[in-house]
Write a protein that binds this ligand. Structure first.
Ligand code: FES
Length: 119
């Protein structure tokens, strides 16, 4: 990976969404202008927000088989390809073919209630 912005297709300082657009314990997939790049997964937990590179460490595929749909169930993020389950707050694979590996963090900050790419 050259850098996280080129890898995801989401450039630094991109406005991603508003904090209030996020639903608790749900995953939101956002892509950049180049739809062939995997984009990011935004997850809002009960107390914090996390953003991950939309790339499963098992086979370097996006977690969403159906574009934009990453399931979050029982506080897990699921990879639709072979069923890996990730802890959405730590990125760790808890179950599945890449157990104990991690999703890659995508840096962001919150300014005026907007999530902005880059720290
Ligand atoms: S690519 Fe995600 S579990 Fe295989």
């Amino acid at each position: 990976m050259h850098n996280i912005y080129e890898a995801t297709g989401i450039m630094k300082n991109t406005k991603l969404c508003k904090v209030e657009d996020l639903k608790e314990e749900k995953a939101l997939v956002i892509k950049g202008d180049n739809k062939y790049l995997p984009g990011i997964i935004i997850y809002k937990g009960t107390t914090s927000i996390h953003i991950w590179y939309n790339n499963c460490p098992h086979a370097n595929l996006t977690l969403d088989l159906i574009e934009g749909k990453v399931q979050s169930k029982n506080n897990d993020l699921l990879c639709a390809n072979h069923g890996a389950k990730f802890n959405p707050e730590t990125g760790e694979c808890m179950k599945g073919p890449c157990k104990n590996s991690f999703l890659t963090i995508f840096p962001f900050k919150i300014i005026n209630n907007y999530l902005i790419a880059g720290n």
